[in-house]
Structure formats: structure tokens, C-alpha cells
Design a binder for this molecule. Structure first.
Ligand code: PMP
Length: 396
């Protein structure tokens, strides 16, 4: 039977990692992979996470199932983090969180829920978007369409985005990146979020907000602006939250699907359906990552240190963005790459062409995705002069 199975090429990013590891050039730079890096190029375990794990190891008494919705304590800490501690939505008891295996697992729950409970609803994603969105949504059986997001000049094309959203059939789902848009780094301003809200209301669309980088853009609360606006002003919102990046617990698979409904009754109805899709996919989510997050957020001291370290990470990235553009000045390229200082999150659409990306790899051992997406966290102050010189060479 298996003789009929065709082999497909692996993930482009995995190929990039392999090529990077094989490269003997001591100056090589990895701007491809999608994880946070410190100045030494490591993806460290955050201090508060280490401490929380030590506490867990000492105090954990059971490994029994945690239930399809996950640990209720996790929901209790994640809802205020995402929606705001004094959110009227929490006061109104119309939000619920289901712990899931990462943001990816939460997205799949959302997709399965939409497919089974909102039949006929298509899903709309930004062009470009995180490539896995396509696989997750289409894999769940949803019809997928795209709305424009970045134009040919490598700018946020908000006018076209809004124009397309205005044409979306009533009842369809629109996927929005809460902050730190992956892959482009272009985020919506507060005014733009308000305009999107108006269209969503007018067309009676269901926003599915992917919140994978809370705290990586401007701050934990600042990054939640669009999420909280939609949750407070609309009757129906889905939010997929991830703790992979902001707690640095990528491999622990920690996320949540948050449902915001008109009232508690409707929220409970939706919640009961979410439990079914969770059970059918994996029964129960993994517990360890959620336990780390609970341990940290329930402790004033650990939470304070976590926020401090997250701020350091964010400041490092945003500092590098400014330094990068500044370093391009002597080459007369600062205006061409000015967007990099404006973009937020780990990723940037640099505007470099696939050919320029190939040259950076072949001639300078600088690795990034062929779309021109760079992981800014892969840069460091000491590597900047080399990176900038290489970019100047391929831009000639
Ligand atoms: N959404 C976006 C936009 C992402 O970039 C990612 C991670 N790369 C995810 C969701 C999924 O994150 P997780 O690792 O928590 O599954």
C-alpha cells in the first residue's frame, strides 16, 4: 500500500536550519528560525520559568488527566492576561478559556468548531499570513480566502484590506493577527483596529484573533488593544492565545482558545462544543506548560520578574530594529529599510527579493526565508556591521 505514497519536500525552514548547521563560515547568521534569540544566539529558559518548574517538581502530586478544557486555574490566569484584569467581559462572565496544545492547537480547535457548528462559514486570512494558518484551516475542511495586507512596495495596505473586508459575506470568519504580524511585522494602529471593528460589525463577521506574541510588540496591555476592543464591543469573538513566545516555553505546547459570547448562557453553549472538539483531537491538553504559567502568574514575585525579563526581550528586539536602520545610513539604505524600525515582533518583511536572499546565503552565509522575512532576534549588535555590509552588497 505504501508504494503509492509520494514523498513531499520538507518544511523550507527546516531545510534552512540544516543548511545553516552545515555551513562552516564562522560569520554565519541565522535570521530564519522563528524563536527568540538573545545576544549570544541562545533561546534561554526564562528565570521565572526555571523557578516555577522547581516549585512544580517539589509540589506536584499527580499526573492524572486535567480535563478537556484544561486546568481551571490556567483559565483563571490567562483570561485577565489577555482581556485585561478589569475587563467588563470578565465581569459579565461571557468569556471562557480552553487550554490547548499551543496556539496551533487552539487554532485547530477554533477551526473544528467553526466547521462543525457554523457550517457554511468560510475563513479569511491576511495575504501574507503565517503559512500554517492555511494548513490548519483547510485541514479542518474550511473554505479559505485571503484579504490583502502587504502591497508590492512592502507597505501595510490597509485600504485594500478594509475594502476586501467590506465584501466578505455575512457570517464568515476573519483571522486577524493581534500584534507582531507574522510574517510581515506590520501591525494595525488603534484607529485602524476601530475601522476594522466597524466593518466586522456592519458585515456581522466573526473575528478569530491570533494572539501568539503578546508582550513582544509594545507591551502586554498595549499589544492586546485590538483583542480587548473586539471582545468588549462585539457579541462573538474567538481568540487563540499562545504562551510559547512570551514565556519561552515553545516545546511545552501551551495555549488557549478563548471564546467571547453575548452572554454567559451562549458562552457555556459554545464551551460545551469546544470540549467535544478538544476530546476528539487529543482528549486533554498537556499540563506542564500551563502549570508553569499558573505558578508564575499566581505569584506576585515571579510575575514581576517574568514581566521584567519579557520587557528586556522586547526592548532588545525593538532596539535592534532601530540600530539596523541606523547602521544602513552610511550605505544610503536607511530609507529603503525604514519599515524595519516601524514593524513589531520578531519578524520583518525586509523587502529583499528571493534572489537577494539567495545571494545573502550563498555569498555571506546569512540565512533567511526566501520571502525576505527576517527574524530580527537573530541579529546582535556585534553582527550588525557584517549583516548591513552584506545587505548593501546585494542591494547594489
Ligand atoms: N500563530 C502565529 C501567527 C504564529 O507565528 C505561531 C508560531 N509560530 C503560532 C500561531 C503558534 O504558536 P505555538 O507554538 O504556540 O503553537
Amino acid at each position: 500500500m505504501f508504494e503509492r505514497i509520494e514523498r513531499v519536500p520538507g518544511d523550507a525552514i527546516l531545510g534552512l536550519i540544516e543548511a545553516f548547521n552545515k555551513d562552516n563560515n564562522p560569520e554565519k547568521v541565522d535570521l530564519g528560525v522563528g524563536v527568540y534569540r538573545d545576544a549570544a544566539g541562545n533561546t534561554p529558559i526564562m528565570r521565572a520559568v526555571k523557578e516555577a518548574e522547581a516549585i512544580l517538581l517539589k509540589n506536584e502530586t499527580t499526573k492524572t488527566y486535567i480535563g478537556s478544557h484544561g486546568d481551571p486555574r490556567y483559565a483563571k490566569v490567562i483570561l485577565p492576561l489577555v482581556l485585561g484584569a478589569d475587563s467588563p467581559v470578565l465581569e459579565q462572565q461571557r468569556a471562557s478559556a480552553t487550554q490547548a496544545p499551543g496556539g496551533t492547537g487552539a487554532l485547530r480547535l477554533a477551526a473544528d468548531f467553526i466547521y462543525t457548528q457554523l457550517p457554511g462559514s468560510s475563513i479569511w486570512v491576511s495575504d501574507p499570513t503565517w503559512p500554517n494558518h492555511l494548513g490548519i484551516f483547510m485541514g479542518a475542511g474550511l473554505a479559505l480566502y485571503k484579504y490583502p495586507y502587504v502591497d508590492a512596495e512592502n507597505r501595510l495596505d490597509f485600504a485594500s484590506m478594509l475594502e476586501t473586508l467590506k465584501q466578505i459575506p455575512q457570517g464568515d470568519v476573519v483571522v486577524l493577527h493581534a500584534c507582531c504580524h507574522n510574517p510581515s511585522g506590520f501591525d494595525l494602529s488603534q484607529e485602524q483596529w476601530q475601522q476594522v471593528l466597524e466593518v466586522v460589525k456592519e458585515r456581522d463577521l466573526l473575528p478569530l484573533i491570533d494572539f501568539a506574541y503578546q508582550g513582544f510588540g509594545e507591551g502586554l496591555d498595549e499589544d492586546a488593544y485590538g483583542v480587548r476592543l473586539m471582545a468588549e464591543k462585539l457579541d462573538n469573538v474567538l481568540i487563540t492565545s499562545s504562551c510559547s513566545k512570551n514565556f519561552g516555553i515553545y516545546r511545552e505546547r501551551t495555549g488557549a482558545l478563548i471564546v467571547v459570547a453575548k452572554d454567559q448562557e451562549q458562552m457555556e453553549n459554545v464551551r460545551s462544543q469546544i470540549a467535544i472538539v478538544a476530546r476528539e483531537n487529543y482528549s486533554n491538553p498537556p499540563a506542564h506548560g500551563g502549570s508553569i504559567v499558573m505558578e508564575i502568574l499566581e505569584s506576585e514575585e515571579l510575575a514581576k520578574d517574568w514581566r521584567k525579563e519579557l520587557t528586556e526581550m522586547r526592548d532588545r528586539i525593538n532596539g535592534l530594529r532601530r540600530e539596523f536602520v541606523e547602521a544602513l545610513k552610511p550605505h544610503g539604505l536607511d530609507e529603503k529599510f525604514a519599515c524595519v524600525a516601524e514593524q513589531r515582533g520578531m519578524f520583518s518583511y525586509t523587502g529583499l527579493s528571493a534572489e537577494q536572499v539567495d545571494r545573502l546565503r550563498d555569498e555571506f552565509s546569512i540565512y533567511m526565508v526566501r520571502s525576505g522575512r527576517a527574524n530580527v532576534a537573530g541579529m546582535s549588535s556585534d553582527k550588525l556591521p557584517y549583516i548591513v555590509k552584506a545587505i548593501a552588497a546585494v542591494c547594489k
